[in-house]
Design a protein around this ligand. Structure first.
Ligand code: FES
Length: 110
């Protein structure tokens, strides 16, 4: 199912944004990272404990904005793969959510 998220211009580069989607009657929490012109979507659930990752609203990146950082115990994930390279869940992966751009709008495929 394709779900429209927002205009692409709503997420700065680099930047990130959280979304709560209605998916078959359930709420699906995802987030999207925008970096170097590319968009990457993931389920908003840290593989360590399952909590949401952001430390403030729509803030998923580390201070250098080069990695995704979990707010709880500081796990770091590659933006383009979701692979955890540091922290208590090193070696695990975020669950990807494919996103595409149609008419300058971001679409999640869930
Ligand atoms: S809950 Fe994400 S690193 Fe522990």
């Amino acid at each position: 199912m394709n779900i429209a998220l927002c205009p692409t211009s709503d997420i700065p580069d680099p930047g990130s944004k959280a979304f709560e989607l209605d998916h078959n009657g359930k709420t699906l929490a995802i987030f999207v990272i925008h970096r170097e012109g590319q968009f990457h979507g993931y389920i908003n659930s840290c593989p360590h404990t399952g909590i949401n990752l952001e430390w403030q609203e729509d803030q998923f990146l580390d201070s250098e904005q080069s990695l995704i950082q979990c707010s709880m115990h500081g796990a770091l994930f590659e933006i383009d793969t979701g692979h955890c390279i540091h922290g208590p869940c090193a070696g695990d992966n975020l669950t990807p959510v494919p996103v595409e751009i149609i008419d300058n709008r971001l679409i999640a495929i869930v």
